[in-house]
Design a protein around this ligand. Sequence first.
Ligand SMILES: Nc1nc2c(c(=O)[nH]1)N[C@H]1C(S)=C(S)[C@@H](COP(=O)(O)O)O[C@H]1N2
Ligand SMILES: [Mo]
Length: 257
Amino acid sequence: MRRNNSMGVPRRKLIGAAAASAGLVLSGCDRLNENSAFRSVLRSAEDANRAAHRLLVDRSALAREFTQGDLSPEFRMNGTINPSSQSYQTHAAEKFVNWRLQVNGLVQRPMSLSLAQLTSMPAREQITRHDCVEGWSAIGKWRGPPLSLLLKSAGLLPAARFIVFHCADDFDGTPYYESIDLIDAFHPQTILAWSMNGAQLPVGHGAPLRLRAERQLGYKHAKYIMRIEAAESLSDIGGGKGGYWEDVADYEWYAGI
Ligand SMILES: Nc1nc2c(c(=O)[nH]1)N[C@H]1C(S)=C(S)[C@@H](COP(=O)(O)O)O[C@H]1N2
Ligand SMILES: [Mo]
């Protein structure tokens, strides 16, 4: 079948014309190069290219790690410091023995993990600085399995693009949640911390499990994680912007530091 465009010109003829004009451009290359406007377009394309490359390379870089002596004597508790729901209060009173982390959404094998299972997984320990958008920072020691380990055992489906953290707390009935992309999800310092400064994670800091995503600002570090969901899009989760603060106060979804 011979397919024509809307003007009735056979496709082959159009391709021929395009090739001819490409030839003209090529033969005029030297003259174009003398044109300073053209050169500046090339330069800015090169700059954009370099910036994109730098961004990609930098996103796999490690956040600075500190030593035991750098630990902040006091680490502020911020946002929710004790989720009020009856079910969270019961889990806390039971020392989280009946609590389970759900891992579901776009995964091959949905999982339900006890705290004992999570604490017996291979863990990473890291001393890092937490930077809150409100302007305070603190250095703490965090321990827990890399998020990548859980995602690998659940097996992400090809459509998965984001990892969403659903939390036990809410602000006036609106649940706290956060999300990251797969670059941060598989970053080696992205861990699910069940321990802080060598002790079980305190309720104020997100017990029994909180995210550490060391390349991003504090509000991305979801505390009180109940469920981890792999998703293709963020638009039908919460208010659609990928996180509680993104939805209610227009915080940036990508809060890289
Ligand atoms: N579930 C939940 N996670 C949360 C918050 C919250 O209110 N609820 N606050 C965020 C903000 S703004 C910061 S700075 C950190 C505070 O962590 P911290 O209490 O361990 O200092 O948790 C983040 N994660
Ligand atoms: Mo924060």
